[in-house]
Design a protein around this ligand. Structure first.
Ligand code: UT7
Length: 328
C-alpha cells in the first residue's frame, strides 16, 4: 500500500538579499560566502508572513486537486507567525480546507521529513480495513520559515546562511503506486548545544535564572560534522529498510545547509554530486522548507522521471536526522 507525492509547490519572498548586501551588515565578502557555503543569494520576507508563504506554496501544490479531499494539513516550522492558532490551522482556514485536521510539527531542519513520516503513518493507519482511526486519503505537508526573524544579523558566521520561503507537498494514498518505500529517523542528543534558538516568551517575575538569548546560535564546524555523519547513517539505514543500495538511487535531495556538506556527503556515499539536487545557491538554508523546495526544483527542471528512486535526507537542530526513499 503506497503513499506518494502527487503535487509540489514553492514560494520565495520577492526580496532578494545578495552576499554583497550582507557585506554591508557584517565583516564578510561575496567570495568567502560562495566558497564556504555555495550560497549566492537568499530571499527575505519583507511583507509576507509565514502563513502567506505557506498558502502560496500550498496553492501551487494543490493545483486542481479537490480541496475537500484534503484530510490533514501538517506544517513544519521553527518560526510560526503565532503560537496559537498554529500555522497549519491558519492555512486550513485561508485555503478553505473544510475537512482537514491541522497541526504543526517542529523538528528543526528535518521538520518536513518528520511531517511526511507522520502524514504517511496517519494515511496508512486509516486505510487498514476496519481501522479504528478516521480515514485520511490526502494530506498537505508544508515546510515554511521566516528564519530572518531569528537570525542574529550581527553574527557573520551564521547570518550568511539563512533565508525565508515555503515548500509544500500533497501526499496521496495510492495502492497501485510504490510512493514512499522507507523512512528512517534518528535523534541524537545535542549535549553541547551546537544548534539552539531561544524563545520569545515574556520575562517571568518568578523565574530564578536570567532569560537566555533569543537568537539562533550555531557552532558551525560541529554541526557540519554532525550533518555529514548523520546523512550517511540515516540514508544507509533507509536504503536497507527499502532493500535497495546506493546505486539504485537516481536522485539525492538533501537539506540545503551548505554545498560543502552535500559535497562531503556525496563523497562519503561514493556518489557523484551530479545526482544531488543543489538549490542552496539561490535560496540558502530555509530549514523546514529546504527539502520540499529542493524536491520542487528537481521536478520543475524536468530531471526526475516516473519510476525514479529519490533519497531525501534531512538533518538539523535537536539534533535530528531523517531519510526517506521515494519511488516517483
Ligand atoms: O541547517 C543546519 C544548520 N547549519 C549548518 O548546517 C551549518 C554547518 N556549518 C557550516 O556551514 C560552516 O561551518 C560555516 C559556513 C558556518 C562556517 O564555515 P567554516 O569553514 O566551518 O568556517 P569557520 O567557522 O571555521 O571559520 C573560518 C574563519 C574564521 O576566521 P579565523 O578564526 O580563521 O581567523 C572565521 O572567523 O572564517 C571566519 N569567518 C568568516 N569570514 C568571512 C566566519 N564567518 C565568516 C564570514 N565571512 N561570513
Amino acid at each position: 500500500m503506497g503513499v506518494g507525492i502527487i503535487g509540489l509547490g514553492k514560494y520565495l519572498p520577492k526580496k532578494v538579499v545578495t552576499n554583497d548586501d550582507i557585506s554591508h551588515l557584517v565583516d564578510t565578502d561575496r567570495t568567502w560566502i560562495i566558497e564556504r557555503t555555495g550560497i549566492e543569494q537568499r530571499h527575505i520576507a519583507t511583507t509576507e508572513t509565514g502563513t502567506d508563504m505557506a498558502c502560496r506554496a500550498a496553492e501551487e501544490a494543490l493545483g486542481d486537486i479537490d480541496r475537500n479531499s484534503i484530510g490533514l494539513v501538517l506544517v513544519a516550522t521553527v518560526t510560526p507567525d503565532d503560537m496559537v492558532p498554529v500555522t497549519s490551522a491558519q492555512v486550513k482556514r485561508r485555503l478553505g480546507l473544510e475537512h482537514a485536521v491541522a497541526f504543526d510539527v517542529n523538528a528543526a531542519c528535518s521538520g518536513f521529513m518528520y511531517g511526511m513520516w507522520t502524514a504517511e503513518a496517519i494515511i496508512k493507519n486509516g486505510m487498514v480495513p476496519g481501522a479504528a482511526t478516521m480515514e485520511v486519503k490526502r494530506a498537505l505537508v508544508i515546510g515554511v520559515e521566516r528564519l530572518s526573524r531569528i537570525t542574529n544579523w550581527e553574527e557573520r558566521s551564521s547570518c550568511i546562511l539563512f533565508g525565508d520561503g515555503a515548500g509544500a507537498a500533497v501526499l496521496e494514498y495510492s495502492p497501485e503506486e510504490p510512493g514512499i518505500l522507507s523512512t528512517y529517523l534518528k535523534n541524537y542528543d545535542d549535549h553541547k548545544g551546537v544548534l539552539t534558538c531561544g524563545k520569545g516568551y515574556k520575562a517571568i517575575p518568578f523565574w530564578e535564572d536570567k532569560e537566555a538569548y533569543q537568537h539562533l546560535s550555531l557552532r558551525g564546524k560541529a554541526v557540519f560534522k554532525f550533518a555529514v555523519n548523520s546523512i550517511e547513517e540515516v540514508t544507509l539505514a533507509a536504503l536497507e529498510k527499502a532493500g535497495l543500495s546506493l546505486n539504485d538511487i537516481d536522485w539525492f535531495v538533501p537539506h540545503q545547509a551548505n554545498l560543502r556538506i552535500m559535497d562531503a556527503a556525496a563523497r562519503r556515499l561514493n556518489q557523484p554530486l551530479e545526482k544531488f539536487q543543489i538549490s542552496i545557491n539561490k535560496s540558502a538554508n530555509v530549514s523546514s522548507a529546504s527539502i520540499p523546495m529542493a524536491l520542487y526544483d528537481l521536478q520543475k527542471t524536468g530531471k526526475i522521471r516516473k519510476g525514479d528512486k529519490v533519497a531525501v535526507m534531512g538533518f538539523g537542530g535537536g539534533l535530528c536526522a531523517a531519510a526517506a526513499i521515494i519511488q516517483w
